[in-house]
Design a protein around this ligand. Sequence first.
Ligand SMILES: [Fe+2]
Ligand SMILES: [Fe+2]
Length: 474
Amino acid sequence: MINYTEKIPNNVDLGRDRVLQRALEHWQPAYMGWWYDMGPNESHNYEVYLRTAISVEPDGWAQFGYVKMPDYRWGIFLQPRDEKREVNFGIHKGQTAWQEVPGEYRSTLRRVIVTQGDTEPASVEQQRMLGASCPSMYDLRNIFQVNVEEGRHLWAMVYLLHRYFGRDGREEAESLLARRSGDADNPRILGAFNEATPDWLAFYMFTFFTDRDGKFQLCALAESGFDPLARTCRFMLTEEAHHMFVGETGVGRIIQRTCEVMKENKAEDPSDVRALGVIDLPTIQRYLNFHYSVTLDLYGSDVSSNAANYYTSGLKGRFRETKLNDDHVLTDTEYPVSEVVGGKIITKNVPALTALNERLRDDYIDEIADGVGRWQRVIDSAGIPFRLTLPHKGFHREIGNFAGQFISPDGEVLSEEAWKNHEFEWLPSPKDYAYVLSLMSGRVVEPGRFANWIAPPTRGVNNQPLNFEYVRFN
Ligand SMILES: [Fe+2]
Ligand SMILES: [Fe+2]
């Protein structure tokens, strides 16, 4: 029997909700089994300096301290309810926001929640071996923080399934623990969450690109007319910000270190740069191309009747829906999408309602471009003439209008053969992966030390010094 308020910090009155308690009594041990099997490898005895969400107050929601990860207090938090909140878009616009699942949207909503929920444990599975090759104790602590918070995000979605979807919800909650990233028979639902995350450059790219997809999906769901979903997602966004920070600063620190070494040694040629034990900039560009293109697919088809239905029904809004200045119904508006016609990429207008995936993808791309610009400044201030670029939206896509096309990073439509001839100029080759992995053959865990291929961060976690003992191995 679990002592709920002790063990599971929450603001959903869990102590009084018998039905939810019973559901969690079954699920919680299964979750722990999953964590022991699929959580960070060999980490169960470590004491990690982690933050735990303990309330929803903006100025005190997290508490820092040493925790063994299996003892982490995975909590259930929803942003406090606003009694006046309405459905803000679609055909139900103006109704009071729903506190229970509308019967007609039950299976659609469940699907939306399951698809989001599935990404959370998937990324933990993808990252589980990386502790063995961490570049510092600081970075090791950060990946563990990301992992426990993805675990908490799974709890957040499972709370919704248990609380609002009865038996189907409980079955879905079990399936979330049964699928496995990359498994041939029972894979995770979305493509990018079945790719390997083989090394730390891939990890930082993943948290920069793919966790940011998470942010945009959560932002769209945070607009939902189903109020418990909206409030759950709002709170998850506070944690997502840290994941993207880990990614952006991680790649930035790798770039910084590469530039330092290039300058010190007057090395320019990638093979000379590699001989100095850092990651050459063209390889970083290829990783960028891979993670960007794989993540763009997560937004789905450019033209989608599902996306239109989610919106019209009031289930999933646009990025910053309530800040947008239009009718929030979108029946008379259009939105541009691209496609390949006769070997050329053309843009045409389609009904805006059907183009909501594309629109969310474009919002995402704007934010990504800003982050890549910040990486570029690191290169520029080192005086190195190298430009990081975002490839064309159609490059290396498997979903939507560009699927089956062979588009170069510059946006040229090529034949399959021509594209394949350049594939490993544009995407990481097995040799690139092998090289990056060769730098990460063991872990660096002396407090304050950093692997040669990455610069230290500008500051430690929670104002602690860089040589703080962020992980005690016992
Ligand atoms: Fe998450
Ligand atoms: Fe995340």
